[in-house]
Write a protein that binds this ligand. Structure first.
Ligand code: ME8
Length: 506
């Protein structure tokens, strides 16, 4: 039994609509799962919504709805948006799901029984945006650095998880297992949070007199569990925890998050897992933020970038390509519509679309649309083999940007090859017939391999390319499917409408 590839996205707060940020994270997860599945691995992809806590209660009040009715409607918007955009998750988990409530209570009761939960008086500053108490050292000019609001001073008796007592152990482990949090700068940030004395123990409850919209603390009816200590547990709930057999899926888990939620994932979550006696995740992969016109995206600024609008204007795969291609994993990137248009025009319409169009058109013109006989593998075969290996490495390192950059080396090699070999000249000389066959076979075969490697990124586009190439037989694994020579001579090709019509920029 090989380890399954299990990838998670954050559970999004359904007080806002899906936007460029949640679309980006989910698109990476979808691409990775499709890639690993194509590689013949067992995969499991989980996304969903984080529905408890004060923030959600406030949003429900504003909408004039009971919290459950509010989150039901919003969760449906998320799941239907993801389906419409073609994301193939295995489970859409909601923190109000009955199995999640059971898992959360089981896990926290375990930690409580092991003696790591303590009742304490507490006065602190609470930021509703973060759904967290912030320490003095986390404030900038008295404000939350992320939400730019002044946290409220609160005094409560609450239950605390003795999180700091796990820091030494986790710091030591993380220092000797650098692959656990990537890219490196985020591992360093997590280590600094634990070493710097910035963080205290974790307050894990809210009194029901203040908040009832949460999962009841199993040991005390007067308290509900704090929203983060509830939401993080979804990652094990989805594996079937605590029922027998859950560890198998868990053994291959990779979390994908944005840098905004590094602290709960790189500090709270591993210490919670340790305290509950559960194995750690295999990887926490942290991406940067999309900014719009140099500003953070936010509901109040109205600059969220709606994926439905992008879909209507450009077709979702054009936008998806831009997202996966333009952001270097881990760093912040500025979004611009002109950037989307440039990628569509340059990479998709020009480089890829034209290569397909001219290759298949020439096959029509010179060979009645039938794939000619292959010769010995040549220079394009060499590029294809190298590119397939590069794409594989980059995808496994979570870098869709590098993977697509590598793939486009094959596309440009194809274009350069056609320009250099000039099949239209060869076609004029009957004694060059065999040479013409060789050139066109090589280009068509490089396009087949391009489509196979592109499929996890742009499934619809890849299917159209393969359709134009006469739907050559598919192989069981990527390794076989990317082996040179998979396009059978004699296959009937057909010219199709432009893959990506050029967008007028005037
Ligand atoms: O934090 N650029 O939910 P959330 C890129 N419920 N990605 C972005 C982004 C941006 N500008 N804005 C948001 C929560 N994201 C919690 C998570 S997990 C157990 C609980 C993406 O709706 C990115 O993945 O605020 C980020 O980490 C996530 O949305 C935050 O989603």
């Amino acid at each position: 039994m090989t380890t399954p590839f299990y990838v998670t996205t954050p559970l999004y707060y359904p007080n806002a609509q899906p936007h460029i940020g949640s679309t980006y994270t989910t698109a990476i997860a979808d691409t990775l799962t499709r890639y690993h599945r194509a590689a013949g691995e067992e995969v499991f992809f989980v996304t969903g919504t984080d529905e408890h806590g004060e923030k959600m209660l406030e949003a429900a009040r504003e909408a004039g709805l009971e919290p459950k009715a509010f989150v039901d409607g919003m969760a449906e918007r998320f799941s239907s948006t993801w389906k419409q955009l073609g994301f193939e998750y295995d489970r859409f988990i909601r923190t109000t799901d009955a199995d999640h409530v059971r898992a959360v209570q089981h896990l926290w009761q375990t930690i409580y029984d092991r003696g790591d939960v303590e009742f304490r008086e507490y006065t602190g500053r609470y930021c509703v945006g973060c759904e967290a108490y912030l320490t003095d050292r986390e404030l900038v000019d008295g404000q939350c650095a992320q939400h730019l609001t002044e946290p409220e001073e609160r005094s409560e008796s609450n239950y605390f998880f003795k999180m700091t007592s796990y820091f030494d152990d986790w710091v030591e482990h993380l220092e000797s297992h650098p692959e656990l949090v990537t890219p490196t700068r985020y591992r360093n940030e997590a280590l600094a949070l634990m070493k710097g004395g910035v963080l205290g123990d974790l307050c894990i409850t809210r009194p029901v007199e203040r908040l009832t919209w949460g999962i009841p603390a199993p040991w005390d009816d007067d308290y509900v569990l704090y929203v983060w200590t509830d939401a993080l547990v979804n990652y094990v709930t989805a594996t079937g925890y605590p029922e027998a057999g859950w560890e198998e899926r868990w053994s291959g888990v990779h979390h994908l998050i944005g840098k905004d939620i590094l602290k709960p994932h790189a500090v709270f979550w591993p210490t919670i897992l340790r305290a509950a006696g559960l194995p750690l995740f295999q990887g926490l992969h942290v991406h940067g933020h999309w900014n719009v016109e140099n500003q953070k995206i936010s509901k109040s600024l109205g600059n969220l970038v709606d994926p439905h609008v992008m879909d209507e204007k450009y077709g979702f795969e054009g936008f998806r390509y831009y997202l996966l291609r333009d952001m270097s994993f881990g760093t912040d990137t500025g979004f611009s519509e002109s950037g989307v248009v440039r990628r569509i025009n340059d990479d998709l319409a020009n480089d890829l679309g034209n290569l397909l169009n001219r290759s298949v058109s020439m096959t029509g013109r010179y060979f009645d649309g039938v794939v000619p006989e292959a010769s010995e593998p040549g220079e394009l075969a060499e590029v294809a083999t190298r590119v397939a290996a590069d794409v594989d490495r980059h995808v496994r390192e979570f870098s869709t940007q590098r993977a697509l950059t590598a793939l486009w080396e094959l596309v440009s090699a194809g274009n350069k090859y056609v320009d250099a070999q000039a099949p239209w000249k060869l076609a004029k000389e009957p004694e060059q017939r065999r040479e013409l066959e060789r050139v066109l076979y090589d280009v068509l075969e490089s396009l087949r391999i391009t489509a196979v490697l592109l499929a996890p990124f742009l499934p619809g586009t890849a299917a159209r390319i393969l359709g134009s190439l006469g739907d050559p037989p598919t192989a069981a694994t990527l390794a076989e499917a990317t082996r040179w020579g998979g396009l059978p001579a004699g296959t009937s090709t057909q010219v199709i409408p432009a893959l990506f019509p050029r967008i007028d920029t005037d």
